[in-house]
Design a protein around this ligand. Sequence first.
Ligand code: NAP
Length: 466
Amino acid sequence: MSENVSSLLYIVAGVLFIMALRGLSHPTTSRQGNLYGMIGMALAVLTTLIGHPPAGAAAWVIVLLGLAIGGGAGAVIAKRVPMTAMPQLVAAFHSLVGLAAVAVAAGALYAPQAFGIIENGHFHKQSLFEMGLGVAIGAITFTGSVIAFAKLDGRMSGKPIMLPQRHLINALLAAALVVLLALFIGTESKFLFWLIVILSLVLGGLIIIPIGGADMPVVVSMLNSYSGWAAAGIGFTLGNLALIITGALVGSSGAILSYIMCHAMNRSFISVILGGFGGDAAAAAGGGQVETRPVKQGSADDAAYIMKNAERVIIVPGYGMAVAQAQHSLREMADLLKKEGVDVKYAIHPVAGRMPGHMNVLLAEANVPYDEVFELEDINGEFPQADVAFVIGANDVTNPAAKTDKASPIYGMPILDVEKAKTVLFIKRGMGSGYAGVENEVFFRDNTMMLFGDAKKVVDSILKNL
Ligand code: NAP
């Protein structure tokens, strides 16, 4: 295949990736978007294999084995992983992208003739720059993602680990990396290359350890962005257009997603990029005071009665709905209420659950009509007119402390104003706090009724009572 044809096919793959992103931006088109992405990726892989065929049968076997083992493992993991564990899976996958960037850069350094980046015994300066930068971003992404994975998966405490002078240490490490990069380009030294790898691995870990649990979603999407830039860096080293386009798409969309999430959580984007944000506040969380104030408790029967007689019900799903897999029962409950003439809407907070779009995916899976699902800014004004706010397994995203308590780790995060509804029905198993570890005042309000139990079981018994 000529270079021109493969470039053209890579551009077609790039366009398919852009169409995939576009499709994924709305639930109604997301399946189609996924399909475009899969076709684009298949085209890119085939073009690479045909355009630069592996030399000899043994090389083909290695490539095909790699595809089978990697693809097989990916398929099995993706099939098995519960929705609630998706953020840590994404973090784990990002770590592999980072590691791949390091491996490819090392491959290019040790076999430059295979990559056409050496002439008269000397590397092209530009290739050294791309290699050095790609390997640094890749190594940072690798350790950063491994730590994000360990924190999200509960293998390491989610609490921030604050080193003294951490900003100074990070700044010095970053400055050292710039100097090493310049020296590496000048000397082509393999020792310096590995020193860049080691410093970057350390920096990746240091950037992530001070970040507290409540801020993790932004970290995962930021690492997503880093992994894209690492891939784009390798793309330049390999002279591979598809990789440059894909890497840039992942890098920029990850950065845009991080920005949107920072906005949703009222955090500063720059402080996230530099690492070590939110830690101080999150450290203050989970102080562990045992709450003894009384709450009003109700039964499924009470909830059914209240909602049947309501005109407007707004359902606010959260992480607990995902854990209990209550979305199907919830939709059945909403269907019954609608038959009774109740106006039912769903309010989705941008960081409800454990990853962006978590709630949308679950509701779509349960065939909840898209036109009943509203984003925070579109529905928040409707709570004062609602008879019932039906909060199912959500907590932090309804906590008014975000509006009033400057010391709270979630201060400044926009929240769903459930307490403004006439009655708030709160389904959760007990008085436990949410992800950010803060008490929720709404539990103790006069217009709140707590319905204790597993979200699915409670909704199922409301259904029976309806
Ligand atoms: P949340 O604040 O973590 O609250 C979830 C609540 O669900 C808990 O208080 C828990 O209370 C209850 N629960 C758990 N299992 C349950 C079950 N089986 N049945 C009924 N209730 C159950 O969740 P959220 O309101 O969705 O807020 C999301 C939080 O996660 C935010 O702090 C956000 O920053 C963070 N986060 C979001 C993302 C993202 O991208 N969306 C990613 C990572 C972190 P009990 O224990 O008393 O049952």
